[in-house]
Design a protein around this ligand. Structure first.
Ligand SMILES: [Ca+2]
Ligand SMILES: [Ca+2]
Length: 452
């Protein structure tokens, strides 16, 4: 090898070195860092419910999610695989004694690396007793029958679903009675007299709320006639009608439908429980009365629409041979149509025609007994003193019923005579208020004949 060739070779080596690919060594992935913050107000101890927020930073990539666990000492209380959320509220099992729980969380980056130094926060947690109150404007009247439905609002800072029991005690009870918690409860068979009832609620640990109390007067059920007053303005007129028909005090019972101001009619499924307990306490006759013109305000629909579950009660009473007499201008419109047709035999055409023409119907003058009506009924009724016209009654042309009374209506200014009281089997409908048609003093006789 000469110098030249060595030189060439050296050049070749240098050239080769210059062309050699440099090996790429990426920087090692750097793990993310995790932070956690408490959103709930913190005191010495917290309730079972705690709100937390967290986030993570990754210096050379991005955080794609988190793993977290809840620990009590060394044992895992809540374990999760993975979450992309950055906030949550947790409800942990709490007890009467303080337990310290630890929340530990790891951010995970886009290369799957966990934060080697997870964030954590610890809480001393203790159970808090629940609280209960009567639902807004839900209290029963000062005087009731021996079955009453109460409505509650109960809360527990450890979670409302942790409330498990309702406890109640009447002043005549020596011990508390516990039932599964619901937002209403119906007491039945309450001893008559001046009563006080106390309620409390308990959570799943047995922690109980303070008690709430209600004091009222419970009247006994009496007789076999139940008078339902459904939005009645002139209570004295209706009760007077009943008493003048021969039912003395203590021989009948009045049940006043809760007025809408105090309870929404949608609560009927609950109210029904107390009504049912009362209705099937030996009553064989029901007199439903209303002097409200607006069927949206009265509640007969709840006893006649199948989905309100109240029809079952009327059906059962009728099927047992009980008699129901309905009297009021809103009665026909407030009832379910199929109930009117099947139970009263009213023609569907009549129902729709009457409703359609309702605004042009005016009812006036004397009311006369129909020829086929029971002969014991008064031959004619007339308006009570001071009542000159009933504005919105209903009238029928014909149907599979026994006509009881016909009356003069003004239809588009024309005098027309239509049937205004009908009977089919043991269901009777007066589309006007008997309490307002006692001008001759003989309206009580109607009750004597039809509700013997
Ligand atoms: Ca990273
Ligand atoms: Ca609690």
């Amino acid at each position: 090898m000469n110098v030249r060739s060595f030189g060439m070779m050296a050049l070749g080596v240098l050239a080769a070195a210059g062309c050699q690919k440099k090996t790429f060594t990426p920087p090692e992935n750097r793990p993310p860092e995790t932070f956690v913050a408490v959103r709930s107000p913190l005191t010495d101890t917290v309730s079972a419910r705690v709100g937390l927020a967290w986030y993570g930073n990754d210096p050379d990539g991005e955080v794609v999610g988190f793993h977290y666990i809840w620990l009590f000492g060394d044992s895992v209380v809540v374990d999760t695989a993975f979450t992309t959320a950055t906030t949550d509220t947790f409800v942990l099992p709490v007890f009467d004694s303080v337990r310290t729980y630890t929340f530990r969380i790891w951010a995970v980056d886009n290369e799957g690396a966990w934060d080697p130094t997870p964030a954590e926060v610890s809480f001393p947690m203790v159970n808090t007793p629940p609280e209960v109150s009567f639902a807004f404007q839900s209290l029963p009247p000062e005087t009731t029958l021996p079955a009453v439905t109460f409505f509650f609002e109960a809360h527990d800072v450890d979670g409302d679903t942790t409330i498990t029991d309702l406890l109640y005690r009447l002043d005549t009870d020596t011990v508390w009675t516990s039932v599964p918690y619901a937002s209403h409860y119906t007491l039945t068979g309450i001893p008559p007299g001046s009563r006080t009832v106390w309620f409390r609620v308990a959570d799943f640990t047995g922690a109980v709320s303070d008690s709430i109390a209600f004091s009222w007067v419970v009247e006994p059920l009496a007789g076999t006639l139940l008078v339902i007053l459904d939005h009645v303005d002139n209570r004295d007129a209706w009760v007077g009608l009943v008493e003048n028909a021969g039912w003395g005090p203590g021989s009948y019972t009045v049940w006043e439908f809760p007025r809408h101001e105090s309870r929404n009619v949608q609560d009927f499924p609950e109210i029904r429980e107390s009504f049912e307990a009362i209705l099937f306490s030996g009553f064989t006759r029901v007199f439903w009365a209303s002097d409200e013109y607006d069927p949206a305000l009265t509640s007969l629909e709840l006893f006649t629409y199948p989905d309100a579950q109240g029809r079952r009660l009327f059906d059962e009473l009728l099927n047992q041979g009980g008699t129901i007499l309905l009297s009021g201008q809103s009665a026909l419109q407030d009832m379910a149509t199929d109930f009117v047709q099947s139970r009263l035999g009213v023609d569907p055409y009549d129902t729709t025609r009457v409703v359609a023409n309702r605004s042009v119907l005016a009812f006036y003058g004397a009311i006369q007994r129909e020829s086929g009506a029971p002969s014991g009924l008064p031959d004619s009724l007339t308006m009570s003193p001071g009542v000159t016209i009933l504005t919105q009654p209903d009238g029928f042309l014909s149907g599979a019923y026994t006509p009881l009374y016909r009356a003069h209506f003004l239809i588009n200014g024309q005098d027309s005579v239509l049937t205004a009281a009908i009977q089919r089997d043991n269901l009777i409908l007066f589309t006007f208020e008997l309490a307002k048609t006692n001008g001759l003093g003989n309206a009580p006789q109607v009750l004597q004949v039809l509700l013997p």
